[in-house]
Design a protein around this ligand. Structure first.
Ligand code: FMN
Length: 223
């Protein structure tokens, strides 16, 4: 698969087949992703991939915290807070496309919450990865994390796998940090559920659009 096809085909997948990914393939993807660039080649990412019983234990821990009404303890301000103007509009459009795909109306709060809960059940994916970086690092190092995440996701697409990046997986950090053995001096930034897509599920059949390139990129050649 060429790079343009991988970029076009990658999308956030929110329903998965009950089928494990070969551990050798998972290892190869993360090994290949090591070619990602980073500031001063610092490679600030630390990743824990959970599968099998470890995956189930992390899911149970997050879901029980939510059911108990525990206040989230994110290490970073979540990316969906205080959005305004066109950013807020895109956030709402994205959420409505998601609800529409499974016939949930905005007024149906219980159903929306059930849908939201799927985040912490990894959308049924058999594997999930937690991405953290040292707490001593700052926004500019977070750029490296984003580049690395996209590299991992594109490698997954090119290898027939589906994924969903999730800020939601960085919300209930305490027990996750302990269960997934994430270093104490690291802050969890996001997670990634992954596996084989369940293409028949309607939640995987909507697409979110993008702004026009001319709205976001300027090409200047004269002063
Ligand atoms: C850093 C990051 C965090 C995200 N967090 C979530 C999340 O918590 N839950 C979710 O369902 N999707 C999440 N997404 C997926 C976005 O909604 C998705 O990338 C966007 O709508 C574009 O759709 P596409 O990935 O299908 O192209 C996240 C994406 C990124 C890059």
């Amino acid at each position: 698969m060429n790079l343009n096809d991988a970029i076009k085909q990658r999308r956030s997948v929110r329903a998965y087949q009950d089928k494990q990914v070969d551990p050798e393939l998972i290892r190869k993807i993360f090994s290949d992703a090591q070619d990602s660039p980073s500031n001063c080649n610092t490679q600030p990412w630390h990743v824990v991939v959970v599968s099998g019983a470890a995956r189930d234990a992390v899911e149970q821990s997050m879901v029980s915290d939510i059911m108990a009404g525990k206040t989230p303890t994110p290490h970073f301000t979540p990316g969906d807070q205080n959005l305004k103007d066109e950013y807020r509009k895109r956030q709402i459009d994205c959420a409505i496309s998601l609800y529409d795909s499974v016939g949930v109306k905005y007024e149906e709060k219980d159903k929306r919450q059930q849908l939201m809960l799927r985040n912490w059940q990894f959308f049924g994916a058999p594997h999930a990865a937690f991405f953290s970086m040292p707490k001593t690092m700052s926004e500019i190092n977070a750029v490296d994390m984003g580049i690395y995440l996209q590299t991992v996701m594109l490698l997954m697409t090119a290898n027939g796998l589906a994924s969903c990046p999730q800020g939601a997986l960085a919300m209930y950090t305490d027990k996750v940090q302990e269960l997934a053995n994430i270093p104490e001096n690291h802050a969890i930034m996001f997670g990634l559920s992954f596996g084989y897509a369940d293409e028949s599920n309607p939640i995987n059949q909507f697409e979110v659009g993008r702004a026009n390139v001319d709205d976001l990129v300027e090409f200047i050649s004269e002063v």
